[in-house]
Design a protein around this ligand. Structure first.
Ligand SMILES: Cc1cc2nc3c(=O)[nH]c(=O)nc-3n(C[C@H](O)[C@H](O)[C@H](O)COP(=O)(O)OP(=O)(O)OC[C@H]3O[C@@H](n4cnc5c(N)ncnc54)[C@H](O)[C@@H]3O)c2cc1C
Length: 443
């Protein structure tokens, strides 16, 4: 269906042309739901386009999940593409995906969504969407609905430390290239996936590199028996206790015990937090290139005092402390924020409003872009069913009002901000696919 011909109040406004927004566009297009996309940057690809000012990838960034686990099923990457492609390759991939399905024509680029608000309190209300183009032109129009796909890894969470630091204090979102570390004494705070990647980068430039950690981690190698680690394992998911036991044993064989390398022992079981897919950091700790330090107590001049009583001087502290969910264009209560994240059915649908959905608000080990694509398929089928007056759309709404499904897969996730919207990949994808299957035929 052509977006050009439909008036805005018959269209869905789609925010963002990253992987989730592209999946949204592709599915809305495929299911004949009229929509208008908005992208603040000049092209598709989201954070995988390093030139996007909101991109949080750095020059050395590669996929953490392997390409076959991550790619869109209907658009596989070429066999010639590496198992863990770089951000450059991925930018090309999303550009090719947009070309293949003619998705760019559906977006207004250099157009930022400033505000999204319901026209009334009615559950089926239209939505007023205000935008700003690069030349400053502002527009407001009423849309039938809104799909939000503005990403989850752009708004830095900057830690507050006691005391004052006289060196540079940066966040991973400020980091692009390891030259930044040239001849400096560097402290990376946090050993998440970005923190470990960047510590490994820093080794080649910095005078010294330390990493400060508050808790223990499970370090998963990218390859096991010469194959991407996330492609191994049977098709049928194992019960949590068995998977934790088997995978923790495999880790002991391949990466050893991180405690031997100076990391604290994890006080939680494997998969109860996001695993760190990086064995190079242990390699470099083992070579004395990276020192492992405890939690920071306070800062004084160039000195960092750690809680274990030790102290060391640094020129640069880089906080690898993650990102916060950020939907600045919409009031929090409209997205049903509760605590650290919006509480949405399947992390997608608002309990209160029928015509608003969020894509990409999921964190999970190995969910990939196909996991986001399946979300988009469900949303597109829902809007199509709703437009045709199908009772199946009402059935979904009834489920949205009902008790939330358990998406944890039986794992007890740590109560951290980052884990507030964490799901178990297989459980989650099955739930989304089932909901989409129930909407398959709108008649
Ligand atoms: C270093 C790194 C490694 C990663 N590795 C993996 C991996 O291995 N596997 C994996 O699955 N995921 C990985 N990710 C996660 C990554 O977030 C997803 O792959 C993917 O980019 C999420 O897509 P998205 O479309 O939801 O968000 P984004 O890619 O962030 O795209 C959001 C888009 O919305 C636009 N936008 C934002 N606000 C507005 C607005 N107000 N108006 C208009 N447009 C707006 C932005 O410009 C952007 O283009 C990694 C992330 C990082 C940083």
């Amino acid at each position: 269906m052509s977006t050009a011909t439909a008036p805005t109040h018959e269209q869905i406004a789609l925010i963002g042309a990253g992987p989730s927004g592209l999946a949204g566009a592709r599915n809305l297009q495929k299911h004949g739901v009229p929509f208008q996309g908005f992208e603040a940057h000049g092209d598709v690809g989201g954070l995988w386009d390093i030139d996007n000012p909101r991109s949080t990838v750095y020059h050395s960034a590669h996929l953490i999940s392997s390409k076959r686990t991550t790619e869109f099923a209907e658009f596989p990457m070429a066999d010639t593409v590496a198992d863990y492609p770089s951000h450059r390759e991925l930018r090309r991939y999303f550009s090719d995906f947009a070309d293949r399905f003619g998705l760019r024509a559906h977006f207004r680029f250099h157009t930022r969504v400033l505000r999204v608000e319901p026209v009334s309190d009615a559950p089926g209300t239209r939505w007023r969407v205000s935008t700003e183009a690069a030349d400053g032109t502002r527009e407001t129009a009423e849309y039938k609905g809104v799909v939000i796909a503005n990403g989850t890894l752009a708004e830095p969470k900057r830690p507050r430390f006691e005391g004052r630091f006289d060196g540079e204090l940066l966040h991973t979102s400020d980091y692009k290239h390891a030259e930044l570390f040239k001849d400096k004494r560097v402290l990376i705070v946090g050993a998440g996936n970005s923190g470990c990647d960047i510590a490994v980068d820093a080794v080649h430039y910095a005078k010294s590199v330390d990493i400060s950690v508050r808790r223990g981690y499970y370090f998963v190698p990218k390859y096991v028996f010469g194959k991407p680690a996330d492609t191994l394992g049977g098709k049928r998911p194992l019960p949590p206790w068995l998977k934790q036991k088997i995978d923790a044993t495999v880790l002991k064989w391949f990466t050893g015990d991180p405690v031997r390398f100076g990391f604290p022992k994890p006080d939680y079981r494997m998969y109860e937090s996001h695993p760190i897919v990086n064995s190079l950091v242990l390699h470099h700790v083992g070579h004395g290139d990276i020192g492992v330090r405890g939690d920071i107590a306070r800062l004084a001049g160039h000195t960092v005092h750690f809680k274990d009583g030790s102290a060391r001087d640094y020129d640069l502290i880089l906080a690898a402390t993650g990102y916060a969910l950020h939907y600045p264009f919409i009031e929090r209560e409209l997205l049903n924020w509760q605590g650290m994240a919006p509480r949405l059915y399947l992390n997608i649908f608002s309990p209160r409003f029928e015509n608003i959905a969020v894509l990409g608000m999921i964190e999970a080990s190995g969910i990939g872009w196909q996991g986001r694509y399946e979300q988009a398929e469900l949303v597109a089928r829902y809007f199509r069913a709703k437009a045709s007056g199908s009772p199946k759309a009402q059935a979904l709404r009834a489920a949205v009002q009902g008790p939330p499904p358990d998406l944890s897969g039986g794992f007890k996730y740590l109560q951290l901000e980052r884990m507030a919207y964490y799901v178990h990949k297989d459980t989650y994808r099955a739930a989304v696919r089932n909901a989409a299957a129930a909407l398959a035929d709108p008649t």
